[in-house]
Design a protein around this ligand. Structure first.
Ligand code: AMP
Length: 149
């Protein structure tokens, strides 16, 4: 297996994905790889023109995107220290599909995700995004578990 040169880490701003991010950053340093940091805005069902007029739905989407960009900036300020080979992405979509697609589009050779996300359901080994990425990704996937004991 060749060494990793582009690593994509998917973050949902949970403690679990913070932990996955630390692992991805460590690998990126170790392999002198590029780090791609992706957050997916969970696409709401398109109800434009049904419940709300177009204009307010578009405004809502804009505000959600603005909020996500701010979270990403704060995240990078706090977590990315003395490391320059990185890029950030904020993509709308279904998280597992979008993670796999962005990784393929950018020619990543490893995906790193947390075993759990913001919902943090303890009784399942994997959250749903983690499980689907592992099952469907043609690329290697590393899952990182957050031990809370
Ligand atoms: P989950 O399967 O939702 O419990 O989340 C497991 C992991 O998938 C998280 O720790 C993240 O690494 C990733 N993930 C979940 N949702 C998103 C999202 N909206 N954007 C990017 N990564 C996500």
């Amino acid at each position: 297996m060749k060494k990793f040169s582009t690593i994509l880490v998917a973050i949902d701003f949970s403690d679990s994905s913070d932990n996955a991010f630390q692992a991805a950053m460590m690998l990126a340093r170790e392999f002198s790889a590029k780090l791609l940091i992706l957050h997916v805005i969970n696409e709401p069902v398109d109800l434009r023109g049904f419940y709300v007029p177009h204009i307010s739905f578009d405004k809502l989407e804009e505000e959600i995107e603005e909020g996500a960009k701010k979270l990403m900036e704060t995240f990078c300020r706090q977590h990315v220290k003395e490391f320059e080979r990185y890029a950030t992405f904020i993509d709308p979509g279904i998280p597992y599909e979008t993670i796999i697609k962005r990784a393929a589009d950018e020619g990543a050779d490893l995906i790193v995700i947390g075993t759990h996300g913001r919902t943090g359901l303890d009784h399942v080994l994997f959250g749903s995004t983690a499980e689907k990425v592992v099952r469907k990704s043609p690329l290697p996937v590393m899952t990182v578990r957050l031990d809370e004991d």
